[in-house]
Design a binder for this molecule. Structure first.
Ligand SMILES: [Zn+2]
Length: 343
């Protein structure tokens, strides 16, 4: 395996580490959001029938939760960035032996100001999460009152059926399991948020390192974590190469996006390193070759009809098998509606 392939494989495998960080952050954030749900529910019970006060209580509860979410990020994200900076430094250092690397640092205070996904910062996404929770809970209560539902019925509409209650085990938060309910649906937004936070900070740490060491990089390859959750917009961009100074879309491309850039390093010759001083294996490795990689397009092309259905959705998969090009599914980075595709 040459150097650039080693980097690519390692970065893909590192998705597991980001998955672990995501789970950890999610537990922290769910603890905050679940506590807010509990507070909202007890407020609704105490103030039952008093519409204005209830609304005020729900508003204050989730606004406070957003504040706590932001404080959680302030506490957790600096080490996520620091660890990722160290990881990428070690990885590139191992494959680019004999090349002087510059260290890089990322400051959470700076990263927090950058758009994380959909043009919004993590703080803005946290505020949006609160706004969505407020709207969902207030609407459910109002509709319940209008339909003359009982308090118990409204609570069920909100919290669903409790399968297991959230609890703390030896200082670790174990999220509750619920079936149905508006608050359960809102949990998905918290999941999306946690993933976006890890991806944003992780990618930012790498970008800072790449920027500091741009002189040894000749290109970037966009890489998507490939499974049925990979969206078509990102799938089509998978494997795309960018010259080192060419503008690239920033990643994550959207909340929950799991794409990243793998750097393609120059060869020793291009770097002007005296390779005679290096062991034979190392010498052969840094050949500057673009790594071989099975892209999303390959996966779709080689997949069974059932697999294509799962990746593209049945309608698009049928159109694809009928000869439609994958590129026609996306225009300006956005998915073309099926209606338009059929025309
Ligand atoms: Zn995507």
């Amino acid at each position: 395996m040459n150097a650039n392939e080693t980097i690519l494989r390692s970065l893909i495998a590192h998705d597991d580490e980001w998955g672990r960080l995501y789970q950890q952050e999610l537990a922290e954030l769910l603890a905050i959001m679940d506590e807010a749900h509990d507070r909202a529910l007890s407020g609704i019970a105490t103030l039952w029938g008093k519409v204005a006060e209830t609304k005020e209580h729900i508003d204050a509860t989730y606004t406070d939760a957003a504040k706590r979410v932001k404080a959680r990020l302030d506490a957790d994200m600096p080490s996520v960035g620091k660890d990722e900076s160290a990881y990428i430094r070690v990885l590139i250092g191992e494959v680019a032996q004999g090349v002087a690397l510059k260290s890089s640092k990322i400051l959470w205070a700076e990263v927090a100001k950058l758009p994380a996904a959909s043009g919004l910062t993590l703080y803005q996404l946290a505020d949006n999460m609160a706004v969505d929770n407020i709207a969902d809970v207030v609407t459910t209560v109002q509709q319940g009152l209008q339909a003359e539902k009982t308090l118990a019925e409204v609570v069920r509409d909100l919290r669903g059926t409790v399968v297991t209650k959230a609890r703390w085990v030896k200082g670790k938060y174990v999220p509750g399991v619920y079936e149905g309910g508006v608050m359960t649906t809102d949990t998905r937004e918290t999941e999306m948020f946690a993933r976006t936070a890890i991806m944003h900070v992780g990618n930012s740490a790498r970008e800072a390192f790449y920027e500091a060491n741009a002189d040894i990089i000749k290109a970037y390859m966009r890489v998507e974590v490939l499974d049925e959750r990979t969206c078509i917009e990102c799938g089509i961009a998978d494997g795309r190469m960018y010259k080192v100074d060419e503008p690239r879309p920033s990643l994550p491309a959207h909340p929950n996006c799991r794409g990243f850039y793998a750097p393609v390093l120059k060869s020793y010759r291009e770097l002007g390193v005296d390779i005679d001083e290096l062991p034979a294996g190392v010498r052969a490795s840094m050949d500057g070759a673009v790594p071989q990689y099975k892209t999303w397009r390959d996966v779709v092309a080689e997949g069974s009809a059932a697999r294509q259905d799962a990746i593209l959705g049945p309608t698009r998969a049928r159109l694809y098998r009928g000869g439609m090009k994958l590129d026609s599914f996306v225009k300006d980075g956005k998915l073309v509606p099926i209606k338009e595709l059929k025309q």
